[in-house]
Ligand binder design. Sequence first.
Ligand SMILES: Nc1ncnc2c1ncn2[C@@H]1O[C@H](COP(=O)(O)OP(=O)(O)OP(=O)(O)O)[C@@H](O)[C@H]1O
Length: 446
Amino acid sequence: MFPEILWAVPAAGLTLPVSAAAWHHWSPHTWSYGPGLVGSALRVHLTWDHVSQGCGLSVTRRKTQVKGGVRRVSVEKKPKLRRFRPTPFGFRVRARLHDGQTPDDYQEALTRLAHAWRVDSVRIRTSGPGWVELVASRRDPLGTVTNAAPAPRDWELLKVRMGTLETGDAWVIDFRAVPHWLIMGATQSGKSTDINALVYQLAPQPVALAGLDLKGGVELTPYAKRMSKLATTRAECTGLLDDLMGILNDRMNQCREAGVRNIWQLPDDVRPMPVVVVVDEVAELYLMTDKSEKDEIARTSTLLLRNAQLGRAFGLHLVVAGQRVGSDLGPGVTALRSQITGRICHRVNDGETAKMALGDLAPDSLSAAMRIPAEMPGVAVTVGADGRWYRVRSDLTTEEMAEEASAEFAYLAPDWDALVSGRTKEKETVPADNAVDWDRLEEELT
Ligand SMILES: Nc1ncnc2c1ncn2[C@@H]1O[C@H](COP(=O)(O)OP(=O)(O)OP(=O)(O)O)[C@@H](O)[C@H]1O
């Protein structure tokens, strides 16, 4: 369709035939990223005809050919490529979908594309009506450790920057989009670092934090100052979950009376504070050491499930972490998993746990999860708001950072009893340097 033009590659002193379509995507900007990128651009555009055919992305169309007499012939039509752009690790490019194609067709072809383009990986970055944007990385963007940046003071409510996606974009957890998260991983795989990041970044926000830690509290006690409630025994866990059910019921009534479906539709001044509950080592909640615990476990399991089912609309969010979950822990675990749409699967020791974490939402991600190497802690496969899976690596948030943030923002932790009785949106105590709003006081007195 486009006339072939002769395009000189000055750096190599070569002259190559390049289509005008390809020329359209190159710019002096492309050159500035070096010969690697130019090589990739050449490879992608010059080989796109047969690569798209080989990857099953071309379609066969019937066409009338006039040459040597009018006749109908079949031609392979490749998808159009647009917007070739450099990225820190490679490039991204948009492909126009043929009629009848969906981004899933590209999802299936990603490994084939990576081999054809001689890159480490190709992933779908984003898609829209009729197009899909692919991002190709020449080396694994997750290979480097990034220390967490200081928590932003201009936080967005219930959003936490966890790390980096393999597309090079930020990996962000947004509890308002995905209310509950399951974090799975073997020991030393990076689960606690995720919880550190959550505590560190939620601490300055007007959010209540609570914890269930059946490892005797060793994991969450450092953050107790910022937590409104920390349960470390089975009885305390049941009590805390009972309290959450009470909060849930109050919020339901409040929403019903106001004629709204969720707390986010309530006016700012009456909207109750969101609560994020961290459950560490979830298997401990379900493991029975003797038969007398049976009823208590069943009760805990039901309460957790109810909170997961109803919490979304009423600002109750669960983060459930553990080394292992399997159906052998009882039907409650499988039911709980089905209520949790956010999944993070670090390196795991058994396929069953990976299946529990990802199998129902992204079965094609299992092999990627099973291949996470032990020498890359923090690397995980996640499924989030867009329903796609991504390889990710968390930023390194240390326990000290989270502990310091907990102490600094301890004054923001609402009193649990007040929260349960629905009396408070925020703890009445304020930091010393901000203890009295003198201007307001003066105004009120005069
Ligand atoms: N994103 C990351 N980049 C680099 N190192 C990391 C990352 N995440 C975790 N680590 C390191 O890996 C080690 C284990 O991390 P972490 O304690 O979070 O794992 P864990 O799964 O909670 O382990 P355990 O179950 O034994 O508590 C720590 O030394 C931590 O510093």
